[in-house]
Design a protein around this ligand. Structure first.
Ligand code: 5GP
Ligand code: ZN
Length: 135
């Protein structure tokens, strides 16, 4: 899928703030985070959404969630997170390559689903903290 932005991120054609990768999945920071440390977990195989992908890829996404989510929130001082997945334009899906949103939540912080601007510096700082936690 040449025109898929997430395929391009996975194969390195487009840069990303990568925080995790294994044979089946790839995880990186959302450049318009709904909270600090908003991560997207994607299967490496292209499919427009979960239902169009394989069961194996659905399992792989959840395995990656298990592996990284506790470390992500601990590294950032969050105490919980929202998971999200938009299926179809009507549901707000903008990128048609399956992705699971992991949105950390902080004590006393907002719990909105508004997108925020984040500077390269901020995203790099968050990535560094997460990678130190994932080591
Ligand atoms: P959707 O609305 O499809 O569930 O979410 C797509 C998400 O991908 C949006 O939250 C958007 O900020 C994010 N996104 C879109 N383009 C890029 C990109 O080039 N890099 C990264 N890291 N995230 C992107
Ligand atoms: Zn794709």
């Amino acid at each position: 899928m040449n025109d898929c932005i997430f395929c391009k991120i996975i194969n390195g054609e487009v840069p990303s703030y990568k925080i995790y990768e294994d044979d089946e999945t790839f995880a990186f920071l959302n450049i318009h985070p709904m909270s600090k440390g908003h991560v997207l977990i994607v299967p490496k195989n292209h499919a427009e959404d979960l239902a169009h992908g394989s069961e194996g890829d659905s399992v792989a996404i959840m395995k990656t969630l298990h592996k990284i989510a506790p470390k992500v929130i601990e590294a950032l001082g969050a105490t919980g997170y929202n998971l999200g997945m938009n299926h179809g334009k009507i549901a707000g899906q903008e990128v048609f390559h399956t992705h699971l949103h992991v949105i950390p939540r902080y004590e006393g912080g907002a719990r909105t689903f508004d997108k925020n601007e984040a500077s390269e510096q901020e995203l790099n700082d968050v990535k560094k903290l997460i990678l130190e936690g994932i080591k």
